[in-house]
Design a protein around this ligand. Structure first.
Ligand code: C2E
Ligand code: MG
Ligand code: MG
Ligand code: MG
Length: 276
């Protein structure tokens, strides 16, 4: 009987494995098709200066419009990450962002835009050349393009990270550490990196009172290292006021705006400049 159960379990296991591989294969093909047929779009969400309440920069966030259904990047990015598809996605987002920079510049309302760079892409040997080519082709001035990397990406191979970052910094790229406080950072290593901004993860902002100690610590680190600090996932005035009182510089979240299309964010920026 035990033998039969064991055998059944074995069969179930391979079925599950098969199913998982099949789903992965389907998603990969879907992404490939989607890139060819322009199913992907980039949305933009403002980061707002807490004192002046003016937009200081934007974050580019990819969306997959698959037959009218929007699929979250947290579903397809991890799958794309497992293959070279992430390179195509990253190139797509960077190109869209550079093209949008040109549109903002024409309207005289350009603000910096940050792009999320996944570990595989960041540590790819061709990455810096690819970025240099884009900046040249779209004539993006220094400090208008920013890269968000997580602590995991930054700490994966500190020597390599430092080399890539310093080359990108020479091209005028700024850096943020995304979801700060959720991974493991060596503060010594972080201090050596040309980082401009720490982004406080939404999970801390969600529960501001319980996490006020952690938030105060992140703000203290940013002050010590002369970094800008942005809070993610700000949804209420109360959170905004609390973060401002603690010394946080910028906030990003649904309180100001959800991530919206390029046309919508352009209108938002124009309205801010009294040009709606
Ligand atoms: P992230 O970079 O930490 O982005 C912040 C996420 O929080 C975004 O989710 C954003 O829509 C969401 N968010 C912002 N404000 C609020 C708020 O007030 N309330 C709530 N509930 N959520 C808020 P999204 O767009 O689903 O992206 C999830 C993650 O997927 C991102 O986390 C990022 O790690 C990754 N991602 C998104 N776009 C790209 C991309 O173009 N390339 C790469 N490599 N990763 C991306
Ligand atoms: Mg981000
Ligand atoms: Mg984040
Ligand atoms: Mg986050």
């Amino acid at each position: 009987r035990a033998k039969r159960e064991g055998k059944n379990r074995y069969v179930l296991f391979t079925k599950g494995m098969h199913q998982e591989l099949y789903e992965k294969f389907r998603t990969e093909n879907g992404i490939r098709f989607g890139l060819l047929h322009r199913e992907f779009v980039v949305h933009y969400q403002p980061k707002v200066n807490i004192d002046t309440r003016k937009t200081s920069s934007l974050e580019a966030l990819i969306r997959w419009n698959k037959g009218g259904k929007l699929i979250s990047p947290s579903v397809f990015i991890p799958i794309a990450e497992e293959s070279s598809l992430i390179d195509d996605i990253c190139l797509f987002v960077l190109e869209e962002t550079c093209a949008f920079h040109v549109v903002m510049k024409e309207q005289d309302i350009a603000v910096p835009v940050s792009v999320n760079i996944s570990p595989r892409q960041f540590h790819n040997a061709d990455f810096v050349d690819l970025v240099e080519d884009l900046l040249g082709r779209y004539q993006v001035a220094p400090h208008y393009l920013e890269f968000e990397i997580t602590e995991t990406t930054a700490m994966k191979d500190v020597e390599h990270t430092l080399a890539v970052m310093s080359r990108l910094r020479e091209l005028g790229i700024l850096f943020s550490i995304d979801d700060f406080g959720t991974g493991y950072s060596s503060l010594g290593s972080l201090n050596k990196m040309p980082v401009n901004t720490l982004k406080i993860d939404k999970q801390f902002v969600d529960n501001l009172d319980a996490n006020s100690g952690i938030i105060a610590t992140i703000i203290a680190i940013s002050q010590q290292m002369h970094l800008n600090v942005v809070a993610e996932g700000v949804e209420t005035e109360e959170q905004l006021l609390g973060l401002g009182a603690m010394g946080c510089h910028e906030a990003q979240g649904y309180y100001f705006s959800r991530p919206v299309s390029d046309a919508d964010i352009l209108r938002y920026l124009l309205a801010e400049h009294g040009r709606s």
